[in-house]
Write a protein that binds this ligand. Structure first.
Ligand SMILES: [Zn+2]
Length: 67
């Protein structure tokens, strides 16, 4: 197999298939926005990291607005 830039070092626990980066729609605080997250091409499972789930994304946006 050749390395694929669109794959990440994560495997779907259910399908045992490598996850691929894909555009998904996330929701936070009542708003939705597109994000690129690792997702399973077989079952559609989207991997949400603890950092993202704990609101790190929101902190990043706030940091950008401060500048
Ligand atoms: Zn899967």
């Amino acid at each position: 197999m050749t390395p694929d830039a669109a794959t990440v070092d994560l495997v779907c626990a259910a399908c045992d298939r490598p996850l691929e980066i894909g555009r998904v729609v996330a929701s936070y605080m009542g708003q939705t926005f597109p994000v690129d997250l690792p997702r399973c091409p077989v079952c559609g499972f989207v991997y949400v990291s603890e950092e993202l789930a704990s609101g790190k994304m929101l902190k990043v946006e706030q940091a950008l607005e401060d500048k």
